[in-house]
Unconditional design. Structure first.
Length: 76
């Protein structure tokens, strides 16, 4: 008589635990992949923000210059 026949519930429990561990390992890999993807997205967003800031800077400078010119015209 094999141990599997002698302890059927133990063998089933061990198989179930092994299956659960495989499932957990798969979930961990999926989470790691999601984190890596999110990290890439955040880096891309940061690059986009820097680009927008670079594009906006001359507009802000021009706006400030126009305000100064308007103030000067009001003074005159």
């Amino acid at each position: 008589m094999s141990q599997k026949e002698y302890y059927p519930s133990v063998a089933t429990d061990v198989e179930s635990i092994a299956s659960d561990e495989e499932s957990i390992a798969s979930d961990e890999e999926s989470i790691a992949s999601d984190v890596e993807s999110h990290t890439t997205d955040v880096k891309s967003d940061a690059t986009d923000v820097k680009s927008v800031a670079t594009d906006v800077k001359p507009v802000v400078q021009m706006w400030n210059l126009l305000q100064q010119m308007w103030s000067l015209l009001e003074y005159i």
